[in-house]
Design a protein around this ligand. Structure first.
Ligand code: KIV
Ligand code: NA
Length: 269
């Protein structure tokens, strides 16, 4: 069975905000022009996630991603998906204070066609987000499990398991909304808490590992297409057995080369 979706609508900040309580938002990450183009019709927003530092650059976490790296990949994604609403993840260390944040986000806006940037942090980063949104930078927040905090937190931990943490997360969401963010990614949060966050703020909450009651979902493309084999987090659904299909295809190619079934007469000059 194949489903062809033809209702692509180019997104902008107002349409994204207006989607709240009307339409669930679909977000996929992309790191290059080829895949961004393939995803563009199906996704309301494309996130150039710093997760690329792990899946594409093979690093152990996202912390060593650089601004140059994010700009390079954002350019590629924007080239591939010309009508997409593209969000660039600001890498670790590029928004340590208001001035650094504005300088680096301005560089992203000047050197790429990104529509927005994403910043990890709640109450602790609200003043930075406020400074960016006051200076015409569109900001998507990111609270809950924040991969850039992995070393300082001592691991990736599901959030919202205690009443205290639940209250912190609600405060984080409110602070980020009041700072002017247009949407918030809520990652790795107990579903009932993610639901409360979604009901508390007026901007769309995009969940990942946060249950079905958020205003939309985001997945890392290489996870959802099954290219990343090392492990499958509980919240990931494989929509394709990418790794298996690719391995079968390249094995077939090798067999054809070895047995001279490739190239054929039709593939010759
Ligand atoms: O880097 C990334 O891909 C992300 C998503 C998981 C939200 O931040
Ligand atoms: Na990220």
């Amino acid at each position: 069975m194949s489903i062809v979706v033809n209702n692509f609508e180019k997104m902008n900040i107002s349409k994204i905000k207006q989607s709240k309580n009307k339409k669930k938002l679909t977000v996929i990450t992309a790191y290059d022009a080829l895949f961004a183009k393939l995803f563009s019709q199906a996704s309301d927003m494309i996130l150039v996630g710093d997760s690329l530092n792990m899946s594409f650059a093979g690093e152990k976490d996202t912390l060593s991603a650089t601004l140059e790296q994010m700009i390079y990949h954002t350019k590629a994604v924007c080239n591939g998906a010309k009508d997409a609403f593209v969000i660039t993840d600001m890498p670790f260390g590029t928004y340590i204070n208001k001035d650094e944040a504005l300088k680096n986000c301005t560089t992203v806006y000047q050197q790429t066609n990104a529509s927005a940037v994403k910043i990890e942090g709640g109450e602790d980063r609200a003043d930075i987000i406020k400074h960016l949104t006051s200076n015409s930078i569109a900001v998507m927040g990111h609270i809950g499990l924040m991969p850039q905090y992995v070393r300082s937190e001592g691991g990736y931990k599901v959030r919202g398991k205690t009443k205290e943490d639940e209250e912190q997360l609600i405060r984080d969401a409110i602070a980020v909304e009041q700072a002017g963010a247009f949407a918030i990614v809520v990652e790795g949060v107990m579903s009932d808490v993610a639901k409360k966050i979604t009901q508390t703020v007026n901007i769309p909450i995009i969940g990942i590992g946060a249950g079905v009651d958020t205003d939309g979902q985001v997945l890392v493309w290489s996870d959802m297409l099954g290219f990343f084999e090392e492990f499958k987090p509980k919240f990931v659904r494989h929509y394709l057995n990418g790794a298996k299909l690719v391995k079968e295809a390249v094995n077939q190619y090798r067999d054809d080369v070895q047995t001279q079934r490739f190239p054929s007469k039709e593939e010759e000059y």
